[in-house]
Design a binder for this molecule. Structure first.
Ligand code: HEM
Ligand code: HEM
Length: 250
């Protein structure tokens, strides 16, 4: 397919990808900006170990920015930077996911502390179940990716065997993370706006509803960008293969 592709089709696919990328980036930024407004404008800001009411807010920020926004950009980075050498893109991909691993560990810790400070048991909500599944899968994918694709020790046969599973699991983990974030927003809205405030469509309620809508747009757009075969990383037809790495080495 690659060698027979018309360069005009390639250029058109790149344009489509770039349009999708802008939609994803704008909706993702609006999502986390609105969550900042929610946290700092309506629910008292962030704290660490000092106030049981605001302890969960660091979790909210870190999960939205890293587990959703950065994970999404990390997933499509091979397609976002098609002509950069593969090793560079691999390092950026791994770097995005490493910072997400660190931020998510702090975010999880902050949610666990929020429960402890309120004397609540752990992991009884649907949100926490979906959330912990997303986190465990994410850690597993990171470790597998790190040892198989980044360190130079894995044999090529193992790399070739593991790659389709890695590419299959990536979008699933991302979608599970988005579901966790949506259920988290729902729960936070119902909890913080109890006593009729949500029903009255106050600014706080509308803010978190819009954040969740932008989350949905971000999630669907990134999933499309990462699954559409026409957006796969490949050289531009017409001899560019001679200039750049074709993206073939795992
Ligand atoms: C991908 C993103 C997310 C993941 C993986 C995640 C994961 C988790 C986990 C595992 C817990 C349980 C902690 C415990 O039981 O000790 C939790 C708690 C909580 N999370 Fe999230 N979360 C995410 C996003 C969010 C967002 C965006 C919000 C709010 C806007 C949120 C709000 C909460 C709240 C209020 C709790 C405490 C109540 C409960 O345990 O369900 N989370 N989260
Ligand atoms: C939790 C962490 C990770 C997630 C969620 C993840 C997710 C993904 C996704 C969604 C893709 C498909 C990209 C595409 O088709 O354009 C992918 C591809 C890939 N990932 Fe990861 N990844 C993670 C960690 C890593 C790590 C640590 C490495 C090590 C360098 C790595 C190496 C690769 C490679 C080599 C590809 C193939 C790119 C290609 O040939 O098109 N991944 N990953």
């Amino acid at each position: 397919m690659g060698s027979e592709e018309d360069p005009r089709d390639y250029d058109f696919s790149r344009k489509m990808f770039k349009t999708g990328f802008v939609v994803a980036a704008v909706s993702g930024i609006l999502m986390w900006l609105l969550m900042f407004v929610w946290v700092f404008g309506f629910t008292g800001g962030v704290s660490w170990g000092t106030d049981s009411k605001t302890e969960i807010n660091l979790h909210v920020i870190l999960m939205t920015v890293f587990m959703v926004y950065l994970q999404g950009h990390g997933a499509i980075i091979f397609r976002t930077l098609p002509s950069r050498p593969k090793i560079q893109v691999k390092l950026i991909h791994a770097g995005f996911h490493l910072s997400t691993v660190i931020a998510v560990s702090i975010g999880l810790w902050s949610a666990v502390r929020a429960h402890d400070m309120k004397g609540q048991p752990h992991f009884f909500t649907l949100h926490s179940w979906i959330g912990i599944i997303a986190i465990v899968l994410f850690y597993g994918q990171f470790l597998a990716g790190f040892f198989i694709f980044l360190l130079p020790y894995a044999p090529m046969r193992l790399r070739n065997f593991a790659l389709p599973y890695h590419k299959f699991m990536g979008p699933l983990i991302f979608l599970t993370s988005c579901t966790a974030a949506a259920t988290g927003m729902m729960m936070k809205a119902l909890g913080a706006l109890s006593g009729g405030l949500y029903e009255q469509r106050t600014a706080a309620g509308v803010t978190i509803n819009f954040a969740a809508l932008f989350l949905l747009i971000f999630c669907l757009t990134v999933t499309y960008l990462v699954l559409e075969p026409r957006f796969k990383r490949r050289p531009r037809p017409e001899g560019e293969m001679l200039l750049s790495d074709s993206g073939g080495s795992q």
